[in-house]
Design a protein. Structure first.
Length: 268
């Protein structure tokens, strides 16, 4: 029989004599399921024992003792050591927590952010607006094209476009004229209006009022009803294929706002 085990067994028969620390350490390493030597060692010399050895003995008792309450009573170890036996568990961050943290950090209402968001949605970059305006003007036929067209149907279409180009709803944002410029522009338009007054009136064909719809979309955005604004701008994009690139950025912003709103509602 192992001499360390023999001395441990002789101590167990008495119970009043503490076992030697080297015997306890040797036996517990060889027979890790045999926790009685650890109980005796902690009962008699827990205060003067090495901290590393004491922790290993506590772990051995916790792993093998069928009743931890009884093991605590037998060893008479301070309760704090048993309470902190297991390392603290780190809380795992799930997707819902990450979304909630993001919305708490960046989801506060800020009038400046609302104004910036509205400008990004409804006002493209100046260079982009100018490019679209130039493309639109370059696509329009000239008076010479209408007069020299070989096909009578082409001449009729060109004349119709030239006549009604000023009545078309412009989707690109325009700079509002100043007060003085408004009077000057009104003075220039009055003769044209007088001439048109005597012209025969034509029945207005039903058309999709883009300016009104875009204004309604702005109202929906201020009310945070992004899904309604998305539907309106998506309809504008479908009704104006040439301006679909202009509306693409708006739809992209609104889709992101809708996803953020849905995530915020799901996290509640």
């Amino acid at each position: 029989m192992d001499e360390h085990l023999s001395r441990i067994l002789s101590v167990l028969s008495d119970g009043s004599v503490p076992p030697a620390a080297q015997d306890v350490e040797a036996v517990t390493k060889r027979y890790d399921f045999f926790y009685l030597p650890a109980v005796l060692a902690l009962r008699h010399g827990a205060g003067s024992m090495d901290a590393g050895l004491r922790q290993r003995l506590i772990e051995q008792i916790a792993m093998n003792c069928p009743d931890l309450r009884m093991g605590f009573m037998l060893t008479d170890v301070a309760y704090e050591e048993w309470a902190h036996f297991y390392p603290a568990c780190r809380a795992e961050v799930n997707t819902s927590d990450a979304i909630s943290k993001f919305l708490e950090t960046y989801g506060r209402y800020d009038p400046r952010e609302e104004a910036l968001l509205e400008r990004l949605i409804f006002n493209p970059a100046p260079d982009y607006s100018s490019m679209l305006a130039r493309e639109e003007e370059s696509d329009l036929p000239t008076v010479a094209d209408a007069a020299t067209a070989d096909n009578p149907q082409d001449a009729l279409i060109n004349s119709f476009i030239l006549k009604h180009k000023d009545d078309e709803s412009q989707l690109l944002p325009r700079e509002q004229p100043r007060h003085g410029d408004a009077h000057a522009a009104r003075g220039k338009e009055e003769p044209v209006a007088a001439e048109e007054h005597h012209a025969p009136s034509h029945a207005a064909s039903p058309a999709y009022d883009s300016s009104l719809s875009e204004s309604l979309a702005k109202i929906y955005i201020r009310q945070k009803r992004y899904d309604k604004a998305f539907e309106i701008i998506h309809t504008l994009s479908l009704n104006n294929p040439k301006k679909s690139a202009y509306f693409a950025d708006q739809l992209r912003f609104l889709r992101k706002l809708m996803l953020n709103r849905e995530a915020a509602n799901n996290s509640k």
